[in-house]
Design a protein around this ligand. Structure first.
Ligand SMILES: Nc1ncnc2c1ncn2[C@@H]1O[C@H](COP(=O)(O)OP(=O)(O)OP(=O)(O)O)[C@@H](O)[C@H]1O
Ligand SMILES: [Mg+2]
Length: 328
């Protein structure tokens, strides 16, 4: 059983699984991440994205009590992040690290037994079997970890993270190096854990994975660049666009689109369509359709252009690169 998520030492209650305030970590002169603040609710799947060296793993290691922050504060699973609370926090969380870190001469089961021992699990056998089943490794349980492929080792590390019944699970690139089927299995596992109410902090470079799994995502590039639901990030970064296609070019597109309420501008998209910038597509799309029909146009299609999370990500990271190199 998980301890009550709302109870923390000292009788304080905290409704967030993770509450991070102005947290920074430097290694000497090198800043790994700076002034990062965010909250993650209990039961949320939270994606943490960013380029190589952005500070994602260092954030996981800091919140996971493996290293101390340079400044700022955080609460993890209801417990303030302090050196004295390290044991209490580690009881409530689990980390699947970037590199599996297994005893290569020991078998899969022996590796899990070592860690189940650390968790003082009352029924280690049952938990190990459940964890192996969850990652589809039961048939390799007797193999030495050194004889497993990279992806299989990754799955052992994931099984290990599931042993302690964590409230908050940190997964640092859990599908890196996995084949598409194994990656899909991990996605399904994450969905199951979500249904059981486990809070998941997921770093990933697979943007479609973040888009599919995460309630909210944050984009980190040493500082936190953006945070929100994937849909909201799209809306914040990109104007909404309706694309309309007609059988023949419109003789007077200005006359058609200019008079429609909610249309902010338009241009021909170069492939026989019109890209129309709008503020609210639920109002503008029907109005544009009516205006086209009234103008006698033969409408082939009309639809909202969607930006992917990848578009959002690339836009932000490109912006950062431009800021760094400066204009010209
Ligand atoms: N122990 C350390 N000593 C010195 N510098 C470190 C240490 N750990 C991380 N760094 C530096 O901190 C920065 C952030 O590294 P981090 O591993 O957190 O990035 P990341 O976002 O996880 O990248 P990736 O996507 O490649 O995994 C990098 O510049 C890295 O070199
Ligand atoms: Mg990393």
């Amino acid at each position: 059983m998980n301890p009550d998520p709302s109870s923390a030492p000292g009788g304080k209650t905290n409704t967030a699984a993770l509450a991070v305030e102005h947290l920074s970590k430097s290694f000497g002169e090198r800043v790994a991440f700076r002034d990062v603040s965010f909250e993650v609710g209990y039961g949320e799947v939270f994606g943490f994205l960013g380029p190589n060296g952005a500070g994602k793993t260092t954030t996981v290691r800091t919140l996971g009590t493996l290293i101390g922050p340079t400044s700022g504060s955080a609460t993890v699973a209801g417990v303030p992040l302090t050196p004295e609370n390290g044991v209490e926090i580690r009881r409530r969380i689990a980390i699947m690290p970037e590199l599996p870190g297994l005893y290569l001469r020991l078998t899969v089961t022996e590796n899990l037994e070592c860690f189940a021992g650390l968790y003082e699990s009352p029924d280690p056998r049952e938990r190990i079997d459940a964890a192996l089943g969850a990652v589809n490794l039961a048939d390799r349980a007797g193999d030495p970890c050194g004889a497993l492929s990279k992806g299989l080792r990754q799955r052992v590390a994931l099984a290990r993270a599931l042993l302690g019944d964590p409230q908050v699970l940190f997964l640092d690139e859990p599908t890196s190096g996995l084949d598409p089927v194994a990656a899909r299995d991990v996605h399904e596992l994450i969905d199951e854990l979500r249904q059981r109410g486990v809070t998941i902090f997921l770093t990933t470079h697979r943007l479609e994975e973040a888009e599919r799994l995460c309630d909210r995502v944050a984009i980190l590039n040493t500082t936190l660049r953006m945070i929100g639901r994937p849909d909201d990030l799209r809306d914040q970064l990109f104007a909404k666009t309706i694309t309309a296609r007609t059988l023949k070019p419109l003789p007077d597109p200005d006359g058609v689109f200019g008079g429609v309420a909610g249309v902010d501008g338009w241009h021909a998209d170069g492939s026989g369509g019109y890209a129309i910038a709008v503020s609210d597509s639920t109002v503008a799309a029907p109005a544009i359709t009516r205006a086209l029909v009234d103008a006698g146009a033969d409408v082939l299609s009309i639809g909202e252009s969607r930006h992917s999370l990848e578009d959002v990500y690339l836009e932000l990271i490109d912006e950062d690169a431009e800021l760094q190199t400066g204009p010209g």
